[in-house]
Design a protein around this ligand. Structure first.
Ligand SMILES: [Zn+2]
Ligand SMILES: [Zn+2]
Length: 296
């Protein structure tokens, strides 16, 4: 690895926060002090954040937050930044740190699936263990890269898990491993599966990020999507592009948003298919906008 000028931190913890507004104010203050950008959600149920800054400053921030005993054992994941991963800093108080709108009985502070480590998963793969990986990210994230042979429930949003549950029915009695980018979504997703009769559910500690830091290029096909302006994360190691342009099927890892603002679908589109004045996910979306333009 070369000299990293910028670094991106990814962290979360489900832990009771008595005064989310006060904690959010403190986090914002420290982030401003260290010149960090990014976002962090603070709720009564915990925190979920990602910040970018100069590497040393992100480390100073990490030290400060780990000094708070509520977060002393919080795992902080690190990846290379580019100095422009986030346009600004946003620290917000929310009801949930991941918007699931699940019933309140789904509470990782009380019950969630057991975790396995990247090492254990590597062993499962090596031994040819009988298990199925369910990818709890959104469909468009799955498209640029995912664990080999993993199941994509086709979520448009974390809120949709109850809706896609029937698709996962065949895995109810199987050994299931839920995965997501850094682990935060799986805390509730895996609990939701357990609550709904799935017998043997585990979640991957630190998510794909943790696995790829440890085993770059192994068992994961394509690139790891990230919700910042890097769009995908690179951990080194061999990597094949598996994403395909929604419009022409050419291999690509380039994401765009549908230029029909009413649609705004996030999808993969190769350079050739990207229009100068915007890219449309479908001819329907193109027609909507172009007809409006004609009648205007
Ligand atoms: Zn294309
Ligand atoms: Zn569209």
């Amino acid at each position: 690895m070369g000299i990293m000028t910028y670094q991106v931190l990814l962290f979360y913890k489900y832990v009771t926060v008595e005064d989310p507004a006060a904690l959010a104010a403190w986090i914002r203050d420290r982030a401003v002090y260290y010149g960090l950008t990014g976002r962090c959600l603070v709720a009564e149920e915990g925190i979920n954040g990602t910040f970018e800054g100069e590497t040393e400053k992100t480390e100073s921030f990490a030290q400060e937050i780990l000094a708070d005993e509520r977060f002393a054992d919080m795992q902080i994941k690190r990846s290379a930044g580019n100095g422009a991963a986030f346009p600004k800093l946003a620290v917000k108080v929310r009801k949930e740190i991941v918007g699931t709108r699940f019933p309140e009985t789904i509470d990782p502070r009380k019950k969630t699936a057991p975790r396995i480590t990247p090492d254990e998963l590597r062993e499962w793969y090596e031994k040819g263990e009988d298990f199925v990986v369910i990818d709890m990210r959104n469909d468009y994230e799955y498209q640029s890269g995912h664990f080999k042979d993993s199941i994509n429930p086709g979520l448009e949003n974390s809120r949709d898990l109850p809706e896609v549950l029937p698709k996962l029915e065949p895995y109810k009695n199987k050994k299931v491993l839920t995965v997501c980018t850094g682990g935060v979504r799986c805390e509730k997703m895996s609990a939701f599966l357990l609550e709904n009769g799935f017998e043997d559910v585990q979640q991957l500690e630190n998510g794909m990020h943790g696995y790829m830091e440890k085993y770059p290029g192994k068992d994961f096909e394509g690139a790891l999507y990230t919700f910042d302006q890097r769009l995908t994360m690179d951990f080194g190691g061999e990597r094949e592009v598996i994403g395909r342009c929604r419009l022409c099927e050419t291999k690509t890892e380039a994401y765009v948003n549908c230029a029909n603002l009413a649609c705004h679908l996030h999808f993969l589109a190769c350079e050739n298919c990207q229009g100068e004045k915007g890219t449309f996910c479908s001819s329907e979306c193109r027609n909507v906008v172009e007809q409006v333009a004609v009648t205007a």
